[in-house]
Ligand binder design. Structure first.
Ligand SMILES: Nc1ncnc2c1ncn2[C@@H]1O[C@H](COP(=O)(O)OP(=O)(O)OP(=O)(O)O)[C@@H](O)[C@H]1O
Ligand SMILES: [Mg+2]
Length: 253
């Protein structure tokens, strides 16, 4: 389980402050908020790519940032907001690079590493892509390959920054339902950023609403996807309905 307790970080004028929430085993949580509200900064600070002001991240009770780099990369996987594949490596080779923090400096990955990588592709339903060049994938396939790469170390926590950016509607649903299925099947705690409140409501157990580097609301989708909260955070008028037990946001002028 992931616990964030009072995260503080500053980029000059922009400040993240008092960010507190938890994501349980098998839970899918979404950071929702406008452009520039601090979602990517929060994910990077949790993973340790940015240094928070004080210790504030715990994985299964352990102070995450005081752990050695190898242990951290075993416990948590991170998929950044944008990634452009530089070379036409085979998909399976890209997934195997997820083991890099575990291998010694001159150690090559072995058969066991390849078998485990293939198992992750299978889990995500993209085993057939294993031999394809990584540069020839669609946006949705690429996202799933990067998630497979983050999963090879069997992390307890998976951090995904906009896993549905640039995907068509079908691929957005595919990536999100795969992530949700994975969380439920393997018990990994997932924290991701999304822009669409409807997708956040449909695929998450918990939504953390962020504005100007602060948490405005945390809770189950039906408790935070409310017209007053959406108006406060995005400055737009919406109507929130409930359809088949789910909340749905409609624009409302
Ligand atoms: N490397 C950096 N140096 C200085 N300021 C930065 C840096 N990266 C981001 N910022 C600033 O921090 C704030 C939060 O940015 P962040 O990328 O966390 O937002 P976000 O919520 O992920 O936005 P988006 O939805 O557009 O991805 C913004 O004001 C941004 O300009
Ligand atoms: Mg971002």
């Amino acid at each position: 389980m992931l616990e964030v307790k009072g995260l503080e970080f500053s980029y000059g004028e922009f400040t993240i402050s008092g960010v507190t929430f938890s994501v349980g085993k098998g839970e899918v949580a979404v950071l929702l908020g406008p452009n520039g509200s601090g979602k990517t900064t929060i994910l990077k600070a949790i993973y340790g790519l940015l240094k928070p002001r004080a210790r504030c991240v715990y994985v299964d009770g352990a102070d995450f940032h005081s752990l050695p780099f190898r242990r951290r990369s075993q416990l948590a996987g991170y998929v950044p907001q944008s990634h452009h594949p530089p070379f036409p490596y085979r998909v399976i080779d890209v997934v195997v690079t997820g083991f890099a923090p575990r291998l010694g400096l001159f150690q090559s990955p072995g058969r066991g590493h390849y078998e485990k990588a293939l198992e992750k592709l299978r889990l995500l339903g993209i085993e057939r892509l294993a031999e394809r060049p990584y540069t020839h994938l669609s946006g949705g396939q690429l996202q799933l390959v990067l998630i497979a790469r983050a999963l090879v170390q069997e992390p307890q926590v998976l951090l995904l920054d906009e896993p549905t950016a640039h995907l068509d509607f079908k691929n957005q649903l595919r990536v999100l339902s795969t992530v949700r299925r994975l969380a439920k099947a393997s018990g990994v705690a997932v924290l991701m950023t999304l822009h669409d409140p409807n997708l956040a409501a449909a695929y998450s157990d918990k939504i953390i609403v962020v504005k100007d580097g602060r948490v405005v609301a945390v809770g189950a989708p039906r408790d935070v996807i409310k017209d007053d909260i959406i108006r406060e955070v995005y400055g737009v008028s919406v109507k929130v309905l409930e359809v088949d037990g789910r909340v749905v946001v409609l624009p409302h002028d």
